[in-house]
Design a protein around this ligand. Sequence first.
Ligand code: NI
Length: 226
Amino acid sequence: MLITIPDVLTPQQVAEARQILDQAKWVDGRVTAGHQSAKAKDNVQIPEGHPAAVKLGDMILAALGKNPLFMSAALPLRVFPPLFNKYSGGQSFGTHVDNAIRQIPGTPHRIRTDLSATLFFAGPEEYDGGELCVEDAYGVKQVKLPAGHMVLYPATSLHHVTPVTRGARICSFFWMQSMIRDDGQRTLLFDLDMGIQRISADHPNHPSAVQLTGVYHNLLRQWAEM
Ligand code: NI
């Protein structure tokens, strides 16, 4: 499932972040690429652990922790500290798949990357190109979102970023391990949760809402890995 999470950050938070990002140090993006994807990757990044990345990463994670749509869609167990990249002057990232396992820097912990996230810090009017193209069973989905919005997609997908031919595309990107490893099971739980919320809103006190909530939690109990 590919899903847009709108308004993860407020316009004020985006503006504050852009000031920090504009003054930050950017290095060749191949530093975090695997062997295969290094050949396809052409962009710049803020080094992992750089104070700007840590500060903005904490802001993003705090916002996501309070975002019900994100929590329902991702059912996150562990989230990788957000990284930041920039594409300009024709830069792109060819078709690749993200590494399955990533070491969390400075810790002995590793996460399995079940989901990939891209949070936009530049609006679509600021640059040409730079579409994130994600391949799934139904074809290629092109994503280019307003600043402050985020896309969440299965890390198992082949994906690429088209060349940025005007302006600069600035984003945060990161991965998470979900309590539900399988995308199909995670999507079922998400759909069920959305249905329960709709019933609860349209027919408050309907006994089916309680029954379905029970089904949701019992499926989560069967499938969740902690
Ligand atoms: Ni990628």
